[in-house]
Design a protein around this ligand. Structure first.
Ligand SMILES: [Zn+2]
Length: 150
C-alpha cells in the first residue's frame, strides 16, 4: 500500500503506479522513548494520520493495543498516544493496513469512502462513492467489540 513515501488507500496494487490517485495519506510514524524505566512506543503523527484517514483515533488506538495485547495511553509531555512496550513500525503498520483493507475500503469499488456503522451486532459498510451498502462478513470479534461505539 506504500508508494513514494505515502500510504495509498487501496487494495489494488496497480493503483500504486497512478501518481494522480486521490486517496493517499501520510504513513504512520513512531518513536521510542524510555519513561522511568519503561520502554514505550510513541505514535508520532497519529493525530494527523487519523485525520487524513478520517477515522476516530480513540478507536484506532484501542484496536492497535488489542491486537498487540499491550496497554495504550497518552504521553503527557508530548500529548501523543503511545503503546507500552517496544514495537516495530512494521508491526504497527501491519495492523493498521490490515484494518484499513478489511473495514475501510469499499467491498464493491475499493474506495475509502466508507461510513462504518455498528448495527445488530454486525458492522455495516456504506460507501459514499458507489452507494453500496453491505454487512461485513468474518470480522475479528475483538475489533467488533471496539467498534460497537460507532
Ligand atoms: Zn463503493
Amino acid at each position: 500500500m506504500e508508494q513514494n513515501g505515502k500510504l495509498y488507500l487501496t487494495s489494488d496494487e496497480n493503483v500504486l503506479f497512478d501518481n494522480n490517485y486521490r486517496y493517499k495519506i501520510s504513513k504512520p510514524e513512531i518513536i521510542y522513548v524510555n519513561k522511568k524505566g519503561t520502554n514505550i512506543t510513541i505514535l508520532d503523527n497519529f493525530d494527523k494520520f487519523c485525520t487524513e484517514l478520517i477515522f476516530d483515533k480513540t478507536l484506532l488506538i484501542k484496536i492497535i493495543g488489542k491486537q498487540l495485547s499491550c496497554k495504550t495511553g497518552i504521553d503527557k509531555s508530548t500529548n501523543k498516544y503511545y503503546l507500552q512496550g517496544t514495537y516495530t513500525n512494521e508491526q504497527i503498520k501491519n495492523i493498521i493496513y490490515d484494518f484499513i483493507q478489511k473495514y475501510l475500503l469499499c467491498v464493491n469499488c475499493d474506495k475509502p469512502e466508507i461510513d462504518l456503522k455498528y448495527k445488530k451486532e454486525k458492522l455495516k459498510q456504506k460507501c459514499r462513492a458507489c452507494g453500496n451498502n453491505t454487512y461485513l462478513q468474518n470480522h475479528n470479534p475483538d475489533i467488533i467489540h471496539i467498534l460497537e461505539k460507532l
